[in-house]
Design a binder for this molecule. Structure first.
Ligand code: HEC
Length: 105
């Protein structure tokens, strides 16, 4: 089961991702905690804007398989397909970010 799932995720070609579908899903399922702009709305949630796509995919796969556990994320990720995950990753990783003055300088 875990192996089949890993194989299924590995087979998703990045080029097939649909950023509009990802945005719609993000608005419906993620924005309340992570923000539609990828800047978190609750203290417990991390920012997702502009995050590395490999990293995002790895974390979402880990929530899906149960390897990474979080009460909020496990509920959210459960019904999502591998295409949904690819679309969401394309959306959040594609949000442009810019960095201001660095602290401690
Ligand atoms: C009810 C609030 C909530 C919703 C809705 C939610 N998340 Fe999360 N998400 C969290 C929290 C809290 C964490 C931090 C989990 C932890 O501490 O391990 C998290 C973590 C993550 C991470 C890991 C980020 C990292 O830096 O490791 C990703 C990726 C993520 N969420 C994506 C999503 C996506 C995509 C959706 C929509 C399908 C979504 N989340 C919906 C609360 C939420």
């Amino acid at each position: 089961m875990a192996l089949a799932m890993a194989a299924a995720f590995a087979a998703v070609p990045a080029a097939a991702a649909d950023v509009k579908a990802g945005r719609a899903l993000a608005e419906a399922k993620c924005a309340v905690c992570h923000g539609l702009d990828g800047i978190a709305k609750i203290a417990e949630a991390p920012n997702l804007a502009g995050q590395n796509d490999n990293y995002l995919t790895k974390q979402l796969e880990a929530f899906k398989s149960g390897e990474r556990q979080n009460q909020m994320m496990s509920i959210v990720i459960e019904p999502l397909s591998e295409d949904d995950i690819a679309n969401l990753v394309t959306y959040f990783s594609g949000i442009p970010i810019s960095v201001g003055t660095l602290p401690g300088g």
